[in-house]
Design a protein around this ligand. Structure first.
Ligand code: HEC
Ligand code: HEC
Ligand code: HEC
Ligand code: HEC
Ligand code: HEC
Length: 243
């Protein structure tokens, strides 16, 4: 009995610790001083030039050393930044044939399904009509309105909607304190057409077929079904995000 209490107290303390530590927006020192600001703003390189898997797979991933070598060149053939200590660190990894041990900053638990590709390719017309209106980029750049406005713009702008203004970062950091929390996801999913209406079918098969038969046209109108006749993902349902 006594042992069980100690166990429970331990559990609560560690849960508290975990929840406190995971709430912090954070950055880490990286093995090479790679600056997003320098590459994307000063040198105009597109996000998806380096993160080319974002629109093709679950993970965006970080680029392999060969991507860096493509511009900077190896030891023997130095191209861009021939004499830079930081770039030379990268050339050393290339020479050794080793990946650069970047520290992962944005991470959500493995029991959650987050596909980058569906988000990068999602049609902006799926949002309720005024979603994103009233964005005030000066005073509240991380408001829901601004995130939606960026998301709707599409392309690389869409990355900033979730990751913040990466173009101004020398060191990558997580900008939203609640990044990747369930509420963080839901807040946006609620702005997708049909999210709530679909909920009203009670998510039972009967309710669903009923709604379908009764009101096929209305379904299309509120965006439950897309132009190709496919049912759109159910934005609020547990099984959409949980395995
Ligand atoms: C598309 C070309 C391109 C790619 C790809 C690229 N870089 Fe660069 N990098 C540049 C340019 C251009 C500069 C800046 C040159 C300047 O402004 O003087 C630069 C600057 C740097 C610097 C700053 C060097 C200094 O001392 O000021 C580092 C470090 C760096 N890159 C690392 C990397 C790493 C690591 C990768 C791979 C993840 C990479 N770069 C990929 C073009 C590229
Ligand atoms: C020249 C290649 C290059 C370009 C261009 C680039 N990135 Fe990156 N990105 C990297 C590398 C390398 C890392 C890993 C090192 C780091 O975290 O700084 C990274 C890391 C990240 C991370 C953090 C990953 C994590 O650990 O959670 C995000 C988010 C990100 N990039 C978004 C973007 C966005 C948005 C843009 C466009 C505005 C962009 N990147 C442009 C190379 C690039
Ligand atoms: C709808 C929100 C959202 C959008 C839009 C988005 N990301 Fe992410 N990104 C995330 C989440 C959530 C994670 C953490 C995923 C995980 O841990 O499984 C993440 C992780 C990353 C990582 C770390 C490596 C990885 O793949 O887990 C990189 C790099 C990254 N994103 C880059 C990008 C780039 C580049 C874009 C735009 C082309 C982009 N992201 C658009 C939410 C988003
Ligand atoms: C800024 C808005 C936004 C945020 C934040 C966001 N999503 Fe989404 N999500 C969307 C949109 C838009 C779609 C696509 C709807 C469509 O294509 O019909 C989508 C679709 C999905 C899908 C369905 C993919 C499919 O087609 O099967 C999953 C799973 C998903 N999101 C998970 C997440 C998770 C997990 C998070 C939080 C870590 C998250 N989303 C955060 C906007 C967002
Ligand atoms: C849009 C995506 C999304 C949907 C839909 C969703 N979840 Fe989650 N859920 C998440 C994310 C992301 C986390 C991880 C939260 C974190 O790390 O703080 C999570 C965490 C959880 C947890 C663990 C909580 C914790 O503190 O560890 C439970 C339990 C859970 N979800 C249940 C549900 C149930 C039940 C539903 C349906 C009513 C649901 N989820 C729908 C994204 C979603």
């Amino acid at each position: 009995m006594f042992q069980r209490q100690i166990f429970l107290v331990g559990l609560i303390v560690s849960a508290l610790f975990l929840s406190l530590s995971s709430k912090q927006a954070y950055a880490e020192e990286q093995p090479i001083a790679f600056s997003h600001k320098l590459h994307t703003v000063q040198n105009g390189i597109a996000c998806q030039y380096c993160h080319l898997y974002a629109r093709r797979s679950f993970t965006s991933g970080v680029p392999p050393v060969s991507t860096c070598i493509g511009c900077h060149g190896p030891q023997e053939q130095k191209l861009v930044q021939p004499e830079s200590v930081e770039v030379n660190k990268m050339r050393d990894y290339w020479a050794k044939g080793e990946p650069i041990p970047w520290v992962k900053i944005h991470d959500i638990p493995d029991f959650v399904r987050f596909p980058h590709k569906e988000h990068i390719n999602a049609d902006s017309n799926r949002f309720v009509d005024d979603a994103g209106a009233g964005c005030d980029p000066e005073n509240a750049p991380r408001s829901l309105e601004c995130k939606l406005a960026q998301f709707r713009t599409g392309g690389d702008e869409r990355c900033l909607s979730c990751h913040g203004d990466v173009r101004q970062m020398d060191v990558i950091k997580q900008v939203d304190e609640n990044f990747g929390a369930m509420g963080w996801c839901m807040e946006c999913h609620l702005q997708v057409k049909g999210a709530k209406e679909r909920k009203r079918t009670d998510n039972t098969l009967d309710g669903w077929y009923h709604a379908k038969e009764m009101d096929a046209k209305r379904e299309v109108a509120i965006g439950l079904v897309n132009e190709k006749g496919y049912h759109n993902p159910n934005m609020l349902d547990c099984y959409t995000c949980h395995y």
